[in-house]
Every structure is written in structure tokens, then in C-alpha cells.
Design a binder for this molecule. Structure first.
Ligand SMILES: Cc1cc2nc3c(=O)[nH]c(=O)nc-3n(C[C@H](O)[C@H](O)[C@H](O)COP(=O)(O)OP(=O)(O)OC[C@H]3O[C@@H](n4cnc5c(N)ncnc54)[C@H](O)[C@@H]3O)c2cc1C
Length: 388
């Protein structure tokens, strides 16, 4: 009995823990075990994320995922409280801003219409309107920008811990061990085998192992087009502070920056290289980020780099979006990975969606079928025009 459960979840990061929480919070009464190989989450992607949340997507499914998730994050501190202790997530609605060149503006105005249709309060700003948001901005090569004041950034580690604590409180069991393989029998999932040899059995296994998820799936002959790729974040300080706190700002080059406390962080659209590597390089900042920052905001001409880190994207090589749902040829095997650079902000909605799919066999709150596993074979990719 000890090794039998109703649902096994591989990976106790923000996605796995949100699914465990939502299932139990929605009334699921079965036994849920979450397996996590990294008990301090040193290498998990969630704590290494930039923490940005945005509404500025260009597909209905991503806009809806982010709208629902925003509604949860707004009340996260109170709703996830246990015994009156609030879960502070440093939720900052300081906006999200895509800066645009002349050439990008027509695309952005098309996006605006679809975002408004989905209830997003995005605005197309003309060049000089950008100065109301960032007074120090250099405008010479810009024509305007797409802005959403409701978006911003938060502390991903606290969100993840909020979900973990609430899941445990509701009865989820966390086992801090590595899942070595998936156990299958013909076209049915049976359970998982841990690196220490112990086997656990359940009719449902959900793979939320982030950047390691596709490897586990592939070993069981259940491949998905997802690879681990490293992404760096650089932390820096400036001599003269800015007049206003920054939105999460995306330069047309793919360099992004925001405040982190009274300092700043930045990252860029690095080449896609399949590897697991957690090193960060000052030289990459100097060559690829700093020249863009120095041109864009005059206060960034004099920066002092104070640190950095690297984390992994679970990068979907086909359309850069999450893959969510049951694997068509393996009954009971569910996946939720491939989030690329936007899983943290989608975690609340993904948890809700999988809770419904598993308890009721269908989506009710949000239709996540566009993100199904079958979309690759059916050539129904979900193509975003605004993902870096
Ligand atoms: C530098 C960087 C910046 C980012 N910025 C943003 C952003 O601004 N906004 C945003 O929304 N997203 C961002 N992301 C993406 C976001 O971090 C991820 O999409 C999200 O954290 C994925 O959550 P997860 O739970 O799937 O993965 P993880 O947090 O990695 O959790 C997966 C867990 O599975 C465990 N695991 C793996 N294999 C096994 C196994 N075999 N057995 C047991 N446990 C296992 C791992 O230890 C890990 O803890 C960023 C990511 C990076 C790297």
C-alpha cells in the first residue's frame, strides 16, 4: 500500500506543485505523491526565472493562460495563506513594455486588437509616450511600443514555496528522490522507478520535470520536441538611479531589463544550444547586453555588474509553447512541460487545467486543447509572434 497512489507527479517545481495544489483544492480525494530530486531546488528553473508576467501574447490560449494566472497572483498572498500566514510573492504590477522599431509597429497594432478581444488592457504607445514610462529612454531608433500596465514581475521562488506548502497542507506527499524511469505496461502507465530502485504505482503519472522531462519521456519511448537550453541573467547597479521603477522592458534586440529591488537585472535572447550548463559569463554581459543597455537608457552607460546566474529553459523546439495533456499512445501518462521562457507565469492556470482534465476528463475553466501533445503530428502548432 505504501507504494501505491492515485497520482504520481514527477518534479515538484512551480508546475508540479501547482497541479498537486489545484487537484486537492478542487476536491480530489486520492493520494498524490510528488517526486523531487533536488530538495533545495538549487538547479530547478523556477527560482532561476526572471519572474516576469505579461499579458502581451499573440495567441488566444497564451493570453487566456496569462489572464487567469494574473487573477490568481493578484490574490495569492491571502488565498494561499496557511493559518493566517500570508505568502508574500513581491507582486509588482509595474507593467510590461515591448519597445518597437518602425517596422515592428504594424505587427504590434494587429496584436493589440486580438489582446483587446481577450480583455487585455494593452496600449500602443507612440514614440514620445514612452518617456512617460521611462523618462531616460533613448528614442532615436524607436517608433513606439506595446505596453500593458497590469503586468510586471514577482518572486518565483516564493510562488513555488507557496504552492509546495499549500499542497502539503492539503495532503500531498513529497518524496525527495530522483525518478529514474517511467513504468509502463503495453499502452498504460503503471508508475515510476526511483534511482534507489524503489517502485511506486499509480494509474496516473504526470511528468512536470521541467528541463529534464523530455529525457525521462524519451527513455520510455514517448518522445516530445523539448530540449534543455541555458539562459543567463545578469544583475547590475548604476551610479545614478532612474526617476521611476521600470516595467519589464523588452528591447527590439531581445535584450530585456527590469528593476530588482533598487538594482537591475537583464538577459538576452541567446543562441539555442542543447546543454545543461549553469555557468554565467561576465563576458557575455559585456559583449551582448551592456552595449544595448547603454544605448537604450543613458543611466546604464556606467554599470557595475554585481552578479549573475544561469538556469534552464525546457525549450520546445517546434513552437516554443507548453505541451499539456495526456500522451495519446500511453493511457494515464500526462505531461506539462516545454514552457520555454514563460512557465512561471502560467503555473496557476496550468494547475487548474490539469486538475479539471484529471478529475473530470475535460477542461472547463480554460480550453488548453491547443497545447495538446497531438498538435505536432496534426501540424497544428501554436505559433507566438512575441516570444523570445
Ligand atoms: C533564466 C530564466 C528566466 C526565466 N524567466 C521567466 C519569466 O520571466 N517568466 C516566466 O514565466 N518564466 C520564466 N522562465 C521560465 C520558468 O522558469 C519555467 O518555465 C518554469 O519555472 C518551469 O517550472 P517547472 O516546475 O516546469 O520546472 P522546474 O522549476 O525546473 O521544476 C522541475 C523540477 O523537476 C525536478 N526533477 C527533474 N527531473 C526529475 C526526476 N527525474 N525525478 C525527480 N525530480 C525531477 C527538478 O529538480 C525540478 O525541481 C525563465 C527561466 C529561466 C531559466
Amino acid at each position: 500500500m505504501q507504494n501505491k497512489a492515485d497520482v504520481l507527479i514527477v518534479g515538484g517545481g512551480v508546475i508540479g506543485s501547482s497541479i498537486a495544489y489545484n487537484l486537492l483544492n478542487d476536491g480530489f480525494t486520492g493520494r498524490i505523491i510528488v517526486f523531487e530530486k533536488d530538495s533545495v531546488y538549487e538547479f530547478a528553473s523556477t527560482p532561476r526565472s526572471a519572474g516576469g508576467f505579461r499579458q502581451l501574447y499573440t495567441t488566444d490560449v497564451n493570453v487566456q493562460l496569462s489572464r487567469y494566472s494574473l487573477s490568481i497572483y493578484k490574490e495569492f498572498a491571502e488565498k494561499m495563506a496557511i493559518d493566517g500566514e500570508k505568502v508574500e510573492i513581491d507582486f509588482k504590477q509595474r507593467g510590461y513594455l515591448f519597445l518597437a522599431t518602425e517596422e515592428m509597429m504594424p505587427r504590434f497594432s494587429k496584436h493589440l486588437a486580438m489582446q483587446h478581444k481577450n480583455g487585455v488592457s494593452s496600449q500602443l504607445l507612440e514614440k514620445h509616450g514612452l518617456l512617460d514610462i521611462i523618462p531616460e529612454l533613448t528614442l532615436d531608433d524607436l517608433a513606439g511600443g506595446l505596453y500593458c500596465s497590469e503586468s510586471g514581475y514577482l518572486d518565483p521562488y516564493s510562488v513555488m514555496q507557496g504552492y509546495i506548502k499549500a499542497s502539503k497542507f492539503l495532503g500531498a506527499e513529497y518524496v525527495y528522490d530522483e525518478v529514474e524511469s517511467l513504468l509502463t505496461e503495453n499502452d498504460r502507465i503503471k508508475g515510476v522507478k526511483l534511482a534507489n530502485g524503489t517502485e511506486y504505482y499509480a494509474p496516473i503519472v504526470i511528468n512536470c520535470a521541467g528541463a529534464w522531462a523530455s529525457l525521462l519521456s524519451e527513455q520510455a519511448n514517448l518522445p516530445l520536441p523539448v530540449i534543455p537550453i541555458p539562459r543567463q541573467i545578469f544583475q547590475f547597479d548604476v551610479g545614478q538611479s532612474l526617476q521611476k521603477y521600470l516595467p519589464l522592458t523588452m528591447d527590439p534586440t531581445g535584450v530585456y531589463f527590469r528593476h530588482e529591488g533598487e538594482k537591475f537585472i537583464a538577459g538576452y535572447a541567446e543562441d539555442v544550444v542543447r546543454k545543461i550548463d549553469f555557468s554565467w559569463r561576465r563576458s557575455d554581459f559585456e559583449e551582448n547586453v551592456w552595449p544595448i543597455l547603454a544605448h537604450r537608457v543613458k543611466n546604464f552607460e556606467q554599470v557595475k555588474i554585481t552578479g549573475g546566474w544561469a538556469g534552464l529553459y525546457d525549450f520546445n523546439t517546434k513552437d516554443h509553447n507548453a505541451i499539456i495533456g495526456e500522451y495519446p499512445t500511453m493511457k494515464g501518462y500526462f505531461v506539462a512541460f516545454g514552457f520555454s521562457g514563460h512557465g512561471m507565469q502560467q503555473a496557476p492556470a496550468v494547475g487548474k487545467g490539469l486538475s479539471e482534465l484529471i478529475r473530470k476528463g475535460k477542461y472547463e475553466t480554460l480550453d488548453l486543447t491547443p497545447l495538446r501533445v497531438e498538435r505536432f503530428a496534426e501540424n497544428e502548432l501554436v505559433i507566438e509572434d512575441a516570444i523570445y
